[in-house]
Design a protein around this ligand. Sequence first.
Ligand SMILES: [Zn+2]
Ligand SMILES: [Zn+2]
Length: 324
Amino acid sequence: MPVKDPGSQELVVKVLASGICHSDLHAMNGVIPYASIPITPGHEGAGIVEAVGANIQDLKVGDHVILRFVMSCGACAPCVQGTDNLCRKLKFLGFEVDGTFAEYVSVPSRHAIHLPDSIPFEQGAIIGCAVVTPIHAMNIARVRPGSSVAIFGLGGVGIHAVQTGKIFGAAEIFAVDISDSKLSLAKLFGANYAINGSKEDTVAEIKRLTDGVGVDFAFEFIGLPTTQLQAISSVKRGGTVTLVGIPNQSLNIDLKYLLTNEIQLRTSFDHTRAEVDDVIRLVESGRLDLSKSISHRFPLSKVNEGIDVLRKNIGDPIRVVVTP
Ligand SMILES: [Zn+2]
Ligand SMILES: [Zn+2]
């Protein structure tokens, strides 16, 4: 791909790290409606500013940046109201605009967020998707200090939800997955209980551990009807279920059960710009430790091997990162 000179409002960024995400697999499998072809994928990137357009004031050559894949316009009502993930002119880097599985990316400067030099590029890369997504989900759910939280699915996003739950003040975190090694990792990240859904009756176990009541909040990070329904069944009366994993099938819900138990069902999509700034501060201050978050690294020339690691779940990947 040729490297373009930046337009007056654009930056050229040399990509130094780019995370591989389940969303990339979903796009390859044709289940993301807005993904266009041909495209350079990659939406979790960080790098160094290589060139700036004539009108760029806030960033300069040599600055470290996170490339934000939620390319909001900044001017429509949802953007002005701080819900720019719902921008009316939204475009997605790596799905509709050429992304970060590349040596260089040129983007309008408003989609680059300054990354403090103290945060490694590979951590910066995953902040922009895997780490900020659970922050948004817990903001949507309004997790309260002292509450109990169940996390269904410990992939790259779900595993960070365990740490996020701690930051939101959850008193008890229940981690659910079918991989024992991911469950051990979740305990290392602060989960109080680890439940293997392939060996145990997940809902019964959560109910048993909560004196038959259920948890205050449940989050589903997979997108499968089985775990979505388990999440709904595992919350207490008046509890909140937030669906985050992108579903590719419809769900049959017993609305009477939801209504008569006043269960709040919410959905969470991506994140807002302000939440990326929040995550940067959390990592910079040491409140959020991402040093164990990257399990595999591949050079850009072997990006397909990295994608296979995620697709085939080779070696229980947390986050796979592509480097130059
Ligand atoms: Zn992603
Ligand atoms: Zn907008």
